[in-house]
Design a protein around this ligand. Sequence first.
Ligand code: ZN
Length: 195
Amino acid sequence: MNPAPTTGDALIVVDVQKDFLPGGRLAVPHGDEVIPVLNRYISLFQGRGLPVFLTRDWHPPEHCSFQSRGGPWPSHCVAATAGAEFASTLDIPTGTPVISKGTERGKDAYSGFEGTDLDRRLEKLGVSRVFVGGLATDYCVLNTVRDALAGGLRVVLLRDACRAVNVQARDGVRAEREMERLGALPAEFAVVSAH
Ligand SMILES: [Zn+2]
């Protein structure tokens, strides 16, 4: 598979939100390092006239994934709060579609496809391959990639544009291996932008 973005490709930027960045409520270690890299990918896709999508956690207060409700995570990305905003240094082109997930109080969604119309939107644009990067490798990136592949899309995993939570030390590494095993092609900017 040639990793150069072309017609039929789309970029999916996963959850680059303030609560997932250092200082946020559910900070991903070194999460901020993905921002300049993702900006280069966004610029590359934009320059080629290819679609870019952003996903975000957009939880109601008292969401089931919060520890206060018996879930695994501290409260994070509550809809319309500062922590749910995209990183201020992320270069978001005007009109970029935003896919909100985890919007129901009793239901969590790690994947950008879960409970959203992302699949239909991609289909409408004739997208057959997605390039995925963002936060975090071992949760929302992993599940978005898994659902994309299960839905018949090809996937390029942007390794240099992902960081892991690593609740267990090697979760990120395991997640990358799992995505490769499922059929995702790992790539980095130098390769993706080479042609
Ligand atoms: Zn969440």
